[in-house]
Design a protein around this ligand. Structure first.
Ligand SMILES: [Zn+2]
Length: 149
């Protein structure tokens, strides 16, 4: 069984190749997370995932856990982020959230903006409305945190 089968999120190699090219053209940094299925790690060792299109965003919502964090730019279109933070200190938790906020900004159309704000919600307060439209969500509460990056 290969990695993709195990994770239940197959992506054809061709598509992946195209996505890598897009990322390289849009800045080409290697530090960014460009693996939506396996996820990436913050400096604190916590896992996070970024969805770069509606389908990936829906997959992230359906595979995430209720107590993960869900992140999205406060205004406008945005990649969705999921963070599974296991940090015990508030400082580390903020660093993890800050890292994912930076990644979301970097992969959004507002990458060049001086400051953007990112809403951080508990996953359990985010409801998928993909049966109405791919990538659409309903937020049950105000964000738990609003971060400026
Ligand atoms: Zn963490």
């Amino acid at each position: 069984m290969d990695k993709h089968q195990r994770l239940g999120n197959p992506s054809p190699p061709v598509e992946k190749h195209i996505q890598m090219e897009i990322l390289e053209k849009s800045g080409g940094h290697n530090k960014g997370c460009n693996d939506a299925s396996n996820g990436c790690h913050t400096d604190q060792g916590c896992l996070y995932w970024l969805g770069r299109n509606d389908k990936e965003n829906d997959v992230l919502l359906s595979t995430s856990r209720q107590n993960d964090w869900w992140l999205h730019l406060s205004k406008g279109a945005s990649p969705h982020g999921i963070l599974r933070c296991a940090c015990s200190s508030e400082g580390d938790k903020r660093r993890c959230i800050g890292k994912v906020c930076g990644e979301i900004k970097a992969h959004s159309k507002q990458a060049g903006a001086r400051k953007v704000s990112v809403d951080v919600h508990m996953r359990r307060n985010v409801k998928s409305l993909k049966n109405k439209k791919d990538g659409l969500v309903e937020l049950k509460k105000k964000p738990d945190h609003v971060m400026a990056v």
